[in-house]
Every structure is written in structure tokens, then in C-alpha cells.
Design a protein around this ligand. Sequence first.
Ligand SMILES: Cc1cc2nc3c(=O)[nH]c(=O)nc-3n(C[C@H](O)[C@H](O)[C@H](O)COP(=O)(O)OP(=O)(O)OC[C@H]3O[C@@H](n4cnc5c(N)ncnc54)[C@H](O)[C@@H]3O)c2cc1C
Length: 386
Amino acid sequence: MSEKIKYDIVVCGAGIAGIASAIAAARLGKRVALIEKQCLIGGLATSGLIYVYLPLCDGRGKQLIGGIADEMIRRCTEYGPFDIPEKFGGPAGGNPGLKGDRFRCCFSPAGFTLTLDKMLVEAGVDLWLDSVITNVTMEQRIIKSVKVFNSSGNLEVFADQFVDASGGGYLAAMAGCKTIVTANRLTPWVMEMAEDSSVYHFTESLHIRSAWNCDASPDGLDDARYGTVYEDCTNGKAVTDFVREAWSLVRQSYVGRDPKKNYPVHLPAMPQLRKIAYIETEFVLHDDDHSKEFPDSIGEIVYWRYDGNIWQTPYRSLLPKAVDNLLAAGRCMGAENVAMEVYRVIPAAAMTGEAAGTAAALSINENCQPRELDYNILNKNLHTRA
Ligand SMILES: Cc1cc2nc3c(=O)[nH]c(=O)nc-3n(C[C@H](O)[C@H](O)[C@H](O)COP(=O)(O)OP(=O)(O)OC[C@H]3O[C@@H](n4cnc5c(N)ncnc54)[C@H](O)[C@@H]3O)c2cc1C
């Protein structure tokens, strides 16, 4: 009979949120399996060719977020070519890749991946690559195990606590939670070589360029300059259509260019979906929840579009309603519309990931479920505030 695979905590997805969760839990002495379906880590932030670590500050010079989000931004430029701003500890005369004095910077997606892996090694996390979670076994409201498929075949992994950092609430949905689907507009980016310039340079000629003819980020879904709106990308057909339409737009963007001088180098390895679905949690953040105080806040974040637009993050937005031993982290946490815009980015993924991993570990220590965890104990162990 094969050996039973048992961890303290299983984290689904090695994006920024999953990595932060796994590191936080491992630092509290837990045995953590971080299970990732790709052979890359960092999720959308790296394999989706994202290259801007959005601000950890309030936009007015004060750093809001600390902990693992802070460690990540300080290390994301380790393999070049950018720097964090001098004002927040970067080298004098360095190049954050972006103007202004916010605590943000550009990074090389490949370089950041290498750094994230080092952070996992340092924390002692067991990383499972090329391994997809396909199902769960349940006992009432408790997840007992996850079914994992990889090149070893079908495996079953048991744990006491689970974190859904899958970006789309996939683990929560498998466990019977309600997930709420969100729409996306197609806005593909490509890493390319070109003699002339574009927005973000890794060298004089290697850079990432938007292939939708506009450098600005689309604010909503109603701007006709951008690509097709996809209402629901939680099924394989829609994801395939989304990705292939992106390739088509990239192809069109090369019409009339000189292929000897300007050519694609790398395409995103993940669909560039800003949002997929969020989990129905005990509290779902709404559009008017900025500038509010929550008694169970696990940290603050600024809406990256606007200076001074501060959001406190209730712990309840990480607690799925329908399952007891599961936490949500990153862009599938409970946040909708504008709130989701605030929380779907890298600093929020790192912050909520750290909180989820910490809560999972402390719940094991306290012999309780995350929703029963004493907030004071959680708060005392969080490093998410600067
Ligand atoms: C076009 C675009 C531009 C963006 N620009 C910026 C920007 O400039 N700055 C910024 O900060 N953010 C930006 N973002 C958003 C940001 O990069 C992501 O939302 C954030 O990194 C999400 O992190 P996450 O960890 O929550 O989820 P994800 O990165 O989605 O990670 C989830 C991981 O889970 C894995 N997974 C999913 N299901 C399973 C399963 N069943 N089994 C195993 N593994 C699984 C996935 O493969 C993935 O690695 C942008 C997004 C898009 C689409």
C-alpha cells in the first residue's frame, strides 16, 4: 500500500499569494505543500508577463504594507535591471522603471521567479510543480484531502488546513463554496525585441509592449479601444478563445513592422485575465468600503490608481462561508467590482497571502478553525503592516 502523504497545510497555487501564504506558514514551523500546475512560480505576476510591482505606500510617502510584500519588492530586482526607489532604500540614482516617488518598481518576470524560488527554499516550503489539484475529499464542512495529478499519476494529499490561492477560487469551488464569476476585457502584452522604444525596457531593445495600441490600463470594461469582453473565463473553451484572440491581436500588431528588427520574444504562459472569480466569504468588500475601519483588519492597502485611497482588509474577506478549514488569498478573496480592482494586484496578493498562511498555521496551534481564531493572536503574529 502506498504511503499516505500528509502535510499540516496545503496551498493551492504558487502565484504571489500562494508563495506568501506558504512562506508565512512555514516560518511558523508548519509543514507546507505548495502545489502548482505550471512549471513556473509567481503566477500571473511572472508567467503572465506582468512587470510592475504596484505600490506598498499610501501614495503620499508613507509605507503601508510590510512583511513578505516588503521582502518581495526589495528582492524582486535582485537579478536586474531595475531598482526600488531611493526614498524607500534603493540605490542613489537607481532606476525603478517608473516615474514618481511611490514605493513601486518594475521587475524582470524571469528574475523575480528565480528570487521567489530562493525565498521558498529559505523558508523550507515543499514546492510541487507540474501538479494540478483536481478534486477534494470532504467530511461535512472540512476538506480532508486534495486529489493531485502529476507525472507520478493520481495522488491524494491530506492536510489540516488549506489555502486557496488559485487566482480563480478553484479549490473553494471543488469544496462546494459559491464563487462569483467576473468579466474581463482582452488586453494582451508581448515581450519583444525592437529597435525603437516602448514603455518598459529590460535592455535598450528588449521590452514588454501592449499589443492593443494603447499604453494606458483599461479602467473598466466599457472602453471600445480595447479587445473583446469575456463574461466568464472559468471554462476551458473560453480560456482557449481568450488566449488565441490575444495571439491574433499580437500578430496584427506586427503587420507593417520589420521582422528583422522587431519580433516577439516571449508570450504570456498564463491567460492575462485580470479577474476570474472570487469566493463567497464571510465579508465581501464592496465599492464603498474604502476609508472604513474594520475591527478584524489584517492590513491596509492603497488603491493603486489613486493616492490616499486607503482600504483596510477585514480578515473575514479571507474566510469562505461554506468550508471551515480553508482560507482565501490573493485575487480570489472576497472583493467585488472596484474592491476587486484594489485587491487583484501583487502587493495585495502578498499581504493577503501572508495573512492566510499565518492564520492557517495559528489555527493548527490553537486547535481551532480559522473563523474561530482569536483575532488578537492573529494580529500579534502578522507582519503585514509597515
Ligand atoms: C494584463 C494584466 C496586467 C496586470 N498588471 C499588473 C501590474 O502592473 N501590477 C500588479 O501588481 N498587478 C498587475 N496585474 C495583476 C497581478 O499580476 C495578479 O492579479 C496577481 O499577481 C495575482 O496573484 P495571485 O497569487 O492572487 O493569483 P495568480 O497569479 O493567478 O496565481 C494562481 C496560481 O495558481 C495556480 N493554479 C490555479 N489552479 C490550480 C490548481 N487547480 N492546481 C494547482 N495550481 C493551480 C496557477 O497556475 C497560478 O500559478 C495584472 C494582471 C493582468 C491580467
